[in-house]
Design a protein. Structure first.
Lengths: 406, 395
């Protein structure tokens, strides 16, 4: 794995290893915000290599341990500053604000994002700071304002389009599929669409069927689109920033129930690689692939499993399109058993595609059939007990692992 | 690459004749001797909705008249040639021809610059030429060759020219209007004093996203002009069967509108100039161009099942845009009928040469199937799904 930091480690032990600002400066167009050293780090999130990093890099503005797992104590890593505690929606806002500071072409388009501050407060305060031309309140017209965002992106602006709920973006599906995903291809490379489409989705607390949709599966076959799902404050901020900087159109899936998660994140500027998966817990017996809210159900189940003597390896795949088959593959080669836990629909969902991808590439390494736990193929019911049964619960995960590892 | 060549100047003995230097697709003249201003009246008055219409008198000069004739002849010839190429199975799929509507493309170009944006639907061949595209690239794209304007991957409905502000070329009816409003938004955001013309047809005028985009554009005062090319038939459905109110220029309600004779290139030019000035100050405007297409909706549509042949030939006799310009040129004695015939012959030769060149050009390389799906990531580590591709930290 040619991690930049690792190759840097193998070269010399001199201070040139320090990921200094010169190496990562992104061209004269982009000025680093005043007050910061201008260090922009790309952080590898593979926890296995922390030991190697710590040894070779002293005094670097480096965050070797990018894993935001609850089981690891992040204070152990060599932060140069203490970091700050933050909630997930605030982390999204911080990422957005830093990018808007850095690049004047970034603007936000959505319903109630401006004066109201955003229905989940992700854009709170931005309208006062940047004005009405950069944080735009739209009428309730998803089809057209998504189209307008794409048209603006064709000229070089970098809009961040917010769907108040991912389900509402179904109204803009034509624009997202035909124009956003395909324009780069059909124009022979003339136009790039550096747009970010983001919004909360997933099953919440008894919000009803139309507001509890899990739509990752609908967008996944659109060519030209990149999809990521964030799950912790750390990767929310990182993915938001990376998505804004990416030249491809990116759909960022957030989850309604995760907005109030709290975590300590670094003060430095950082981004997370869009195509990379995150190793949450290293293990030996079974690989559990998950993303978004199900990560927390999996970690809860992992506690029970550890007590029962199993050692699950948990990978948060983060990148839903394209899959990070490298990290996933290494994990499969180690454990030989795979369980996919997702909140997506079973039919044609992310799990279904992932299963196919693993079977295509890693068939010889599997000792057991791949199990996939997804939410039920039903509209989310309102009643609390039924809603609970719609999504995968920790008990089911434990049972599945036990069955896989028999 | 410009497949259009300069005409050699024809010297005439008569001192009244001017030297005719025909430059393609330009509305400026460098020859001082031909700067005399002619005033032309548009054939019909403008009908307006919630705005004062512009005057019917349009200023022009001989060079412009001759260039209009030439440009429209190139466009007309291109579409007729595309018709035969389609029947010869060199162009496949969909082919929507614009002949009859040339005045809209040429008149609009005369009123604006290349920094203004134009976006249209699938009847885009001639708009592409108007924006400065070359015949060779257009035919190469239609035949799916590598040298085409979209590298052969777009086809008839996906012509684009970014450096000339031509944003396409879109297949889904009506979806280009929000895109056009977005381009206008970016123009307002960058404060560069340009406008965008978002073109659509009478069929697309019934799409909801149009009204959504119009509402947002009016709210935010975006410099966008919605141009409805009303050729009276949405595929096979006549406008009175599709729209309760076929007065498309009035459908903006709170947005002012202007109805223009779309077969008169000077009316189009005047209206677009007026619209550009208006939009830069006051926000969106709707222009309805009353025009007509001689061909059917596309090559699979004979065009005569829902309208009579008499109607088509009637329009061709009375309102054809090229004939109008020919009569104007002859009446102002800017060229003889023989010279105009010569021009047409030359245009025909040009088009044939471009086709011949395009026929020879190669198909795209098989590896092009996978290029341009994604743009490589900027500043992050970017690799393919299996990390086999080499990636770099881009500065």
């Amino acid at each position: 794995m040619a991690a930049a930091l690792q190759t840097a480690g193998t070269l010399t032990a001199s201070s040139n290893l320090v990921i200094n600002s010169e190496r990562f400066r992104f061209g004269s167009l982009l000025r680093s915000p005043a007050g910061m050293k201008g260090t922009i780090l790309v952080v590898k999130s593979d926890g296995r290599h922390t030991v190697g990093f710590n040894a070779g890099l002293r005094g670097a503005n480096l965050i070797p341990n990018a894993v935001a797992a609850k089981t690891e104590d992040s204070a152990k890593s060599t932060y140069s500053k203490p970091g700050h505690e933050i909630l997930l929606f605030e982390a999204l806002r911080e990422g957005l604000e830093e990018e808007m500071d850095r690049d004047p072409r970034v603007c936000v388009i959505g319903e109630d994002v401006g004066h109201y501050g955003g229905s989940y407060k992700v854009t709170k305060g931005l309208a006062n700071k940047y004005g009405d031309l950069r944080v735009l309140d739209t009428p309730i017209a998803e089809n057209s304002f998504t189209g307008m965002g794409i048209g603006a992106a064709m000229t070089g602006l970098r809009p961040v389009v917010e769907g108040m709920n991912m389900g509402f973006l179904l109204l803009a599906f034509n624009q997202i599929s035909n124009n956003c995903g395909m324009l780069h291809y059909t124009s022979g490379g003339q136009f790039t669409i550096p747009i970010v489409i983001r919004g909360p989705g997933g099953v919440g607390r008894q919000l009803g069927a139309e507001h509890s949709q899990r739509l990752e599966s609908y967008f996944q076959s659109i060519p030209g689109l990149q999809m990521v799902a964030c799950s912790t404050p750390y990767n929310s901020k990182g993915l938001m920033k990376a998505a804004i900087r990416s030249e491809n159109p990116v759909v960022l899936f957030e989850h309604v129930l995760l907005y109030n998660l709290k975590e300590r994140i670094p003060d430095e500027d950082y981004i997370c690689c869009l195509e990379e998966a995150e190793m949450v817990r290293v293990g030996e017996h079974v690989t559990i692939l998950t993303y978004s809210r199900m990560r927390y159900h999996v970690m809860q189940a992992a506690k029970t499993l550890v007590n029962k003597g199993y050692d699950p390896e948990v990978v948060d795949i983060r990148s839903l399109k394209p899959f990070d088959l490298y990290t996933i593959g290494n994990s499969v080669k180690k454990t030989h058993r795979v369980l996919i836990v997702e909140e997506c629909m079973r039919t044609g969902g992310i799990g279904a595609s992932l299963r196919a991808a693993i079977i295509d590439n890693f068939w010889d390494y599997l000792d057991a059939p791949i199990m996939c736990l997804s939410s039920q193929d039903v509209p989310t019911p309102y009643a609390g007990s039924l809603e609970e049964q719609t999504v995968v619960q920790p008990a089911q995960i434990v049972a599945a692992v036990e069955q896989l590892c028999r | 690459m410009a497949a259009v060549r300069r005409l050699s100047p024809s010297f005439s003995a008569a001192s009244l004749r001017r030297i005719l230097l025909l430059r393609p697709f330009s509305s400026s003249s460098a020859d001082a001797a031909d700067q005399r201003v002619l005033t032309v009246e548009t054939s019909l008055p403008f009908i307006s909705h919630k705005i004062d219409p512009p005057s019917r008198s349009v200023d022009t000069n001989p060079n412009e008249l001759l260039s209009f004739f030439r440009d429209m002849s190139v466009m007309r010839r291109m579409e007729i040639a595309a018709d035969s190429l389609y029947k010869a199975k060199l162009i496949r799929g969909f082919c929507h021809l614009y002949d009859g509507q040339e005045a809209v493309a040429v008149g609009m170009e005369a009123a604006i610059t290349k920094r203004d944006g134009i976006i249209t639907a699938y009847r885009d061949h001639n708009i592409y030429l108007g924006r400065g595209g070359s015949l060779f690239e257009a035919f190469a794209e239609l035949m799916g060759r590598r040298a085409g304007c979209s590298r052969g991957k777009g086809g008839s409905m996906h012509f684009y020219k970014k450096d000339a502000g031509f944003y396409g070329g879109h297949g889904i009816v009506g979806a280009q209007v929000p895109l056009g409003c977005g381009v206008a938004f970016a123009q307002k955001y960058s404060k560069d004093g340009n406008v965008t013309f978002a073109m659509y047809g009478d069929g697309a005028a019934n799409q909801g996203q149009l009204f959504e985009a119009l509402n947002i554009s009016a709210l935010w005062d975006l410099p966008v002009i919605l141009v409805c090319e009303n050729n009276h038939y949405g595929m096979g459905t006549a406008e009175w069967r599709a729209a309760k109110s076929p007065a498309y220029y009035k459908r903006g309600d709170y947005v002012p509108g202007l109805k223009v004779d779309g077969m008169d290139v000077f009316a189009v030019k005047q209206a677009c100039k007026f619209a550009k000035d208006y939009a830069l100050k006051n926000g969106p405007l709707i222009l309805e161009m009353d025009t007509y297409r001689y061909h059917g909706h596309s090559m699979s549509d004979p065009g005569s099942t829902y309208r009579t042949r008499d109607e088509i030939s009637g329009v061709r006799q009375e309102r054809d845009p090229i004939e109008r310009i020919r009569k104007l040129i002859l009446s102002h004695e800017l060229a003889t009928a023989a010279e105009l015939k010569d021009t047409e012959k030359q245009v025909r030769k040009e088009v044939d040469e471009a086709i011949a060149q395009a026929k020879e050009s190669p198909m795209p390389d098989p590896s092009e199937l996978f290029t341009n799906v994604y743009v490589k990531g900027f500043g992050v580590e970017a690799f393919g799904a299996d990390r086999k591709e080499v990636k770099a930290f881009l500065p």
